[in-house]
Design a protein around this ligand. Structure first.
Ligand code: BGC
Length: 732
């Protein structure tokens, strides 16, 4: 009895003692993240560390269950949150609650020239990703538009490193404020899909630093991006998913990236290289010949048991895995284990509105003879809408960016809602066949009969709105393949000529993420670059066509007249797509308008170009001083007036030229831009800043950035080819 009594008293004593704080340090949110990382790391076995470095399913990694460290879940990106994919196959998992908002393609976002819209875009897509419990959103894409044949240009931000940098940063900040990591991709030089897994890019340091890396650098240094995806291709003989120069030297040493490098799916090829040259999480690898789900060995990944064996045998220092694990834990603490992240939202009206605004601001009016557009409601009795893209989904297909959308308003639906169904007649005109990832399946419909029917429809209409372009099929704007030709596919040029014979009042609306040739450019009165606009596509397009919306998009890449006018394409196969697995970027720094301007080749439509329904008058550009030292900032100003009858926005641009340089410099380089909204008749003073440092070139001798002293010319312009005035400054 005594014994029982003392046991009872003992228990009572324990229960009444102040509770011991047993929360491990790594779980304590009040502690600095680096301390938490070290604490978690110190408690992990080697097996647990290695497990963090590779996938456990198509889109997840395992976490450390024993320590309560959760899995990481990822999703594509970059235009909406992709539907759920099966554990270890690419098949959709068949959920019914993963219908997302489709945002416009990134080419459209770039065309807005409006960084604050990129922020809204990032917030909205980040909210959707958060709601779907994703920790990493696989986007945005920041590869530079090098050739119009690249099947994935639509996922990127155009040809100019400055524009891409300014747009990528707010997108990332918007996503990450939801506690979801953005994963900027594909680092780097994945500028074509043809032979993307193997092509070995040979490029100068200067072109790399001046053209292809700045958007990634801005993503890291200004966007503070938490993850980055290595690309499939090789750079100087090493795959970019384990590339010593790109990942160790540039990304982690020079830019001080503290996040995680994720491989592209199947982009890792070697254990030692992946371990030593910067790869942190290996995703999407296939194991040798094992294809059945039961045998599909995530443990056979390069950074799984082969890596563990090397570590165990002492052939690989533990510090190598520790560095990766620190990065992965940091990402986990920033995302899935963050205690103060919001809960997200999904498929809500606000997201549709964001998608709509980006679409409306990104549409580019390329030609508008005698104010053919807008077509006010009620002006015409009969409007013929012709072309497959009037009804075809622009979000289904294209590869990993494909979306299962909550809804998608087609152009025909948008136009019908605007003009009323009694005023619209519709004809397909041409067809392309079903979406297929790696093959072309032609349609069974007869092309000639479709043309005949469309011509009949055009004959009976006051005006024709032709809605064509490319689509998300294999060999079009699609991952895994490049386009085979610069021309419009599926017989559209022939169709447009046939339509013109019976009706000259044609507006051509191109749905694409790429430039196309336009043999009919002089014959049609109006041309619009409409991009892939997502859920609100039809509403945005119809809004512009009828004049509710005044277009203000500007081209984020140049349209060459013919393919060989494009820099990369002008050097033959050795430049694109490569020969014997090698490719040389012979155009060097002269990419996009830098090439057209410097070589004095007239493009079909230049970079930065886009019309409005109103007109703008630019005043003379001025700077706050005449001469500057290398660490100063140039303050630029000029007046701009809306000289038309309606309000509108104009993306004003400032380009710089170095008058005399010790190295070749492009004729012009974009250094500042701003989207200005002006009421009819209104004048504003535009104020912009350019750091003198931003006038530097990458010096291959010193391996750093050099601003040479001497004269620079700054020009305000409405496009790269439409300079309004210039001012000379001196750098001391
Ligand atoms: C693409 C990536 C994508 C990944 C996962 C790859 O094929 O290149 O952009 O994020 O698949 O779907």
């Amino acid at each position: 009895m005594k014994k029982v009594k003392s046991l009872f008293l003992g228990l009572l004593l324990v229960a009444t003692l102040p509770a011991q704080n047993t929360t491990p340090l790594y779980l304590d949110n009040t502690k600095p993240i680096d301390q938490r990382i070290e604490d978690a790391l110190s408690q992990m076995t080697l097996e647990e560390k290695v497990a963090l470095c590779h996938a456990q399913s198509k889109f997840s990694t395992p976490g450390v269950p024993r320590l309560g460290i959760p899995e990481i879940w990822m999703s594509d990106g970059p235009h909406g949150v992709r539907e759920e994919i099966s554990w270890d196959s690419w098949n959709p998992s068949g959920w019914t609650n993963d219908y997302s908002t489709a945002f416009p393609a990134l080419t459209c976002l770039a065309a807005t020239f409006n960084p604050s819209l990129a922020h809204d875009y990032g917030i909205a897509i980040g909210e959707e990703a958060r709601f779907r419990k994703k920790d990493i959103l696989l986007g945005p894409g920041a590869n530079i538009y090098r050739t119009p044949l690249n099947g994935r240009n639509f996922e990127y931000l155009g040809e100019d490193p400055f524009l891409a940098s300014k747009m990528v940063v707010p997108y990332i900040l918007g996503v990450q404020q939801n506690g979801v990591a953005a994963c900027v991709k594909h680092f780097a030089l994945n500028n074509q899909e043809e032979n993307r897994d193997a092509v070995n890019v040979n490029i100068s340091d200067r072109a790399l630093q001046e053209i292809y890396l700045p958007a990634f650098k801005a993503a890291v240094e200004e966007g503070k991006v938490w993850s980055i995806m290595g690309s499939y291709n090789q750079l100087r003989g090493q795959h970019c998913c384990h590339n010593e120069l790109l990942l160790n030297k540039i990304l982690k040493d020079d830019w001080k990236f503290d996040g995680v490098v994720v491989s592209d799916w199947g982009g890792v090829h070697d254990t030692r290289q992946a371990a030593l040259y910067g790869m942190d999480i290996e995703m999407g690898s296939y194991t040798n010949g094992l294809t059945s789900a039961a045998k599909f060995g995530y443990n056979d990944y390069y950074l799984a048991s082969p890596f563990l064996q090397l570590l165990k045998k002492g052939e690989m220092p533990v510090a190598v895995v520790d560095d990766k694990v620190r990065r992965i834990l940091r990402l986990i603490f920033r995302t899935t284990m963050s205690s103060n992240r919001p809960f997200g939202r999904y498929g809500c009206d606000e997201h549709s509105q964001t998608a709509l605004r980006v679409a409306q601001e990104g549409i580019v009016l390329l030609k508008n003879e005698k104010q053919f557009l807008p077509i006010p409601v009620g002006k015409y009795k009969t409007i013929a809408v012709i072309g497959e893209n009037a009804t075809r989904s622009a979000t289904f297909g294209g590869g990993s960016s494909m979306l299962k959308v909550k809804y998608e308003v087609s152009p025909l639906e948008g136009l019908t809602a605007k003009y009323g169904k009694d005023h619209i007649i519709h004809s397909l005109g041409y067809v392309s066949g079903p979406v297929s990832y790696d093959k072309v399946e032609p349609s069974k419909l007869n092309a000639d009969s479709l043309i005949l029917a469309a011509v009949e429809t055009a004959k009976n209409a006051d005006v024709v709105i032709f809605i064509g372009g490319l689509n998300k099929n294999y060999l079009q704007d699609c991952e895994g393949s490049d386009r085979e030709a610069y021309e419009l596919p599926f017989g559209q040029d022939k169709l447009i000529s046939a339509l013109l014979k019976v009706n000259k009042n044609i507006a051509v609306i191109l749905v694409s993420g790429n430039a196309v040739s336009m043999p009919w450019v002089k014959d049609v009165p109006a041309i619009v670059e409409n991009w892939y606009l997502g859920s609100e596509a039809g509403n945005a397009m119809a809004g512009v066509v009828c004049g509710d919306i005044n277009p203000s998009g500007k081209l984020p890449f140049s349209f060459p007249v013919k393919l060989e006018d494009n820099a990369a394409m002008s050097f033959g196969k050795i430049s694109y797509p490569g020969e014997g697995g090698n490719q040389f970027y012979k155009e060097d720094i002269l990419v996009g308008y830098r090439w057209f301007d410097t070589k004095k080749i007239k493009p079909l439509f230049p970079f930065g170009y886009g019309l409005s329904y109103t007109t703008f008058e630019y005043g003379k550009i001025a700077t706050d001083k005449k001469s500057y030292t290398a660490d100063e900032t140039i303050k630029i100003s000029f007046p701009i007036k809306n000289t038309g009858k309606i309000s509108g926005s104009e993306a004003v641009q400032v380009y710089a030229t170095q008058s005399k340089a010790s190295v070749i410099r492009p004729a012009k380089e974009l250094k500042a831009f701003k989207k200005v909204f002006l009421k009819a008749g209104e004048t504003q003073i535009v104020e912009l800043e350019v750091k003198v440092q931003d006038l530097a070139f990458y010096n291959e001798i010193t391996k750093g950035w050099t601003v040479e002293s001497g004269e620079f010319i700054l020009r305000n312009a409405a496009s790269s080819a439409d300079v309004k005035s210039s001012v000379s400054i001196l750098v001391k």
